[in-house]
Design a protein around this ligand. Structure first.
Ligand code: T4K
Length: 381
């Protein structure tokens, strides 16, 4: 008989390095008495990232949201920006904070990233840029978006918050577009407690981002830009530096969980799993979304979510509601017809996936889901 888990199973749990390793790093911070403001560990983290990503054109920030905001600022993006409604609040908030008008285009029905034909239809003389999201770490239609950006001479920016560690045909995903932002928040497969990374094509922007994240200070007396405080501190940098050595192990554990979910839930009527990554893509398995078609499944997404909670399993409705339906935006954008995005947002559920989640527990979560599918309809939540 299926019984609830003794301990809650969350949608994710952060990976932590061995405590002794982090403690050894803390000793260095204590010796340095340098806690933030361009410290030596931050520098080492940036150098190691540069080696692993094959580019010096990068900058670290205290979180992904500020990194994206400063990216828009640093690139001088003005006017309307065509973007996806199917994302976390931060993508749109960064645009609004930068004074841009978000213009929402619909998403692809099965991979959830911006539909390039919808983007093209939304381009006007007021368009200042395209901001696409590799949602769940699924690569956008890279060539089609690059082609649009070239033809219409628009900057192409990627919110790659979910996509650190993803590569396409051997190229790290940050090499596509003009600029990419990665989130290193604790809920991501790779993290620095909180953190954000910008990777960009034009090396001259490095100086701008270094200034913008530190109040625009060039030195004690010269303030060159109206910057802000978006610096990564040494404790964050230490976490990120140490986690880089564990990235492949984390990826492999998540790959196994992804494969088990696909095996155990793959043929459940009314439960749709997005396609597995193609042979050209190295995934980071950052999320495991499923879509629930209520008539065929016999229960709605929300009913399944509640049912799982009864077993102490906390799946999440990433990303519901759609950004244009948020209370702070619905008066401006609520009426936009976005049929694919609205359907996906109403049916999506992201299941627990993280390196320390035991495969037996994944199998149990699948058994709970299958048990709802078999339950007599009248007894359902
Ligand atoms: N763009 C996109 C597309 C994004 O998804 C995000 C962030 C951003 C931009 C902005 O990047 P950052 O500024 O965050 O770097 C989480 C994260 O806070 C957020 O980073 C993430 N996306 C978003 C999708 O999810 P919440 O409010 O849903 O997280 P929370 O606190 O409910 O955590 C989820 C579960 O994880 C908890 O139930 C328990 C577990 N957990 C969480 C934390 C923080 C732990 O076990 N330990 C922990 O320390 O937003």
């Amino acid at each position: 008989m299926l019984v609830p888990f003794a301990e809650p199973i969350y949608v994710t749990r952060p990976f932590l390095p061995p405590l002794a390793d982090y403690a050894a790093g803390l000793e260095e911070i204590w010796r340095n008495v340098r806690l933030t403001n361009d410290g030596p560990i931050l520098r080492r983290f940036e150098s190691k990232l540069a080696r692993s990503l094959g580019t010096e054109n990068l900058a670290l920030f205290t979180n992904g949201t500020l990194a994206l905001h400063l990216a828009l600022r640093g690139l001088g993006i003005r006017g309307e920006v065509i973007t996806t409604p199917f994302t976390f609040a931060a993508t749109t908030h960064a645009l609004v904070w930068n004074g841009n008008q978000p213009v929402f285009a619909d998403i692809e029905p099965t991979t959830y990233t911006l539909d390039p034909s919808a983007v093209e239809a939304a381009i006007t003389p007021r368009t200042g840029a395209i901001l696409a999201v590799h949602v769940y770490g699924y690569p956008c239609r890279l060539e089609a978006l690059a082609d649009l950006a070239r033809r219409y001479r628009l900057p192409l920016i990627y919110d790659a918050a979910h996509a650190f560690g993803v590569s396409v045909e051997g190229r790290p995903i940050g090499q596509f577009g003009d600029l990419s932002m990665f989130s290193f928040h604790a809920t991501k497969p790779f993290h620095s407690i909180e953190g954000g990374l910008l990777v960009f094509g034009d090396g001259k922007q490095r100086r701008t981002f270094d200034l913008l994240r530190n109040f625009g200070l060039a030195n004690e007396t010269d303030v060159l830009l109206p910057g802000t405080n978006a610096k990564m501190n040494e404790f964050q940098a230490l976490m990120g530096l140490q986690l880089l050595d564990h990235l492949d192990g984390i990826r492999e554990r998540r790959r196994q969980i992804d494969a088990l979910y696909r095996d155990q839930l793959g043929n459940l009527p009314g439960l749709r799993i997005p396609p597995a990554p193609s042979v050209h893509v190295t995934s980071n398995y950052s999320y495991f979304p499923v879509e629930i078609e209520p008539t065929e499944f016999g229960a709605s997404r929300d009913q399944l979510c509640e049912f799982l909670k009864g077993y102490n399993v906390f799946a999440r409705r990433y990303f519901y509601p759609l950004v244009p339906d948020f209370a702070c935006y619905r008066d401006q954008f609520g009426a936009v017809p976005l049929p694919n995005a609205r359907r996906v947002a109403s049916q999506i559920l992201t299941l627990p996936i993280y390196d320390s989640l035991a495969l037996e527990d994944v199998a149990r979560i699948c058994a709970v889901i299958r048990s709802l599918e078999r339950l007599d309809r009248s007894k359902r939540v």
